[in-house]
Design a protein around this ligand. Structure first.
Ligand code: DX5
Ligand code: ZN
Length: 213
């Protein structure tokens, strides 16, 4: 079943609770982008804000960690209320250990790959993952243009998974009414969308559009 995960990166941080309220009924997950100014050029939020968000919503929190040495902060984000924790393959020299740590903390574990990282590098870790996040932009900012080759990459993750139904396949970056049908057709099951959802007057309506296309 298709799930939509609005990214609060494009929400109004001065009125975050209000913006989250607008998507509460239509969304399946809430996507939170953690950036450290090192793994990516931008700096966003830490566990404190995740904890504050946790108190405003019942939606599962999908925490996307775009930071170096994510192992140091896994328990902080889990304690703050993360239900799903996704680390970047490029930031983890011992990815199996990191994934195991996320599981020990009781969260679902995902691994994200940048556009330049081949999906085949996930072959051996795949059976241990709850989800794979295929980046369809270079991470760091909302509102970037969709990278078209992500479509073919999603299909390769799907092929790698074979006839199993896990890990789930998530896509993040440049998702809108034009790109959603392409990624869905290629096998994406969780669509992250930031600017398309929160850039409009009626965010819930935008989610319905992604589900309908
Ligand atoms: C980008 C983030 C995304 C971002 C997506 O580095 O990981 O989650 O919020 O924003 P849009 O949907 O505007 O591309
Ligand atoms: Zn993200």
């Amino acid at each position: 079943m298709l799930q939509i995960a609005p990214s609060i990166l494009s929400a109004n941080f001065g009125r975050l609770a209000e913006d989250i309220q607008k998507v509460e009924a239509a969304a399946d997950l809430l996507h939170l982008d953690i950036m450290d100014g090192r793994f990516v050029p931008n700096i966003t939020i830490g566990p404190m804000v995740v904890e504050a968000v946790r108190k405003t919503t019942d939606l599962p929190l999908d925490v996307h960690m775009m930071i170096v040495e994510p192992d140091r902060y896994l328990s902080d984000f889990r304690n703050a209320g993360a239900d799903m924790i996704c680390v970047h393959w490029e930031a983890c020299p011992h990815i199996e250990r990191t994934v195991d740590q996320v599981h020990r903390l009781g969260a679902l574990a995902g691994v994200a790959i940048n556009p330049g990282t081949p999906v085949e590098l996930l072959t051996d870790i795949l059976p241990e993952l709850d989800y794979v996040l295929v980046m369809s932009v270079n991470p760091g900012f909302g509102g970037q243009q969709f990278w078209p080759r992500a479509v073919e990459k999603l299909a390769r993750v799907r092929a790698l998974r074979g006839d199993r139904d896990r890990p789930l396949i998530e896509v993040d970056g440049g998702i809108n009414r034009d790109t959603a049908p392409l990624v869905r057709k290629a096998g994406a099951e969780i669509l992250v969308a930031g600017s398309f959802v929160f850039g409009a007057d009626d965010p819930a309506r935008q989610i319905e559009i992604l589900k309908a296309e």
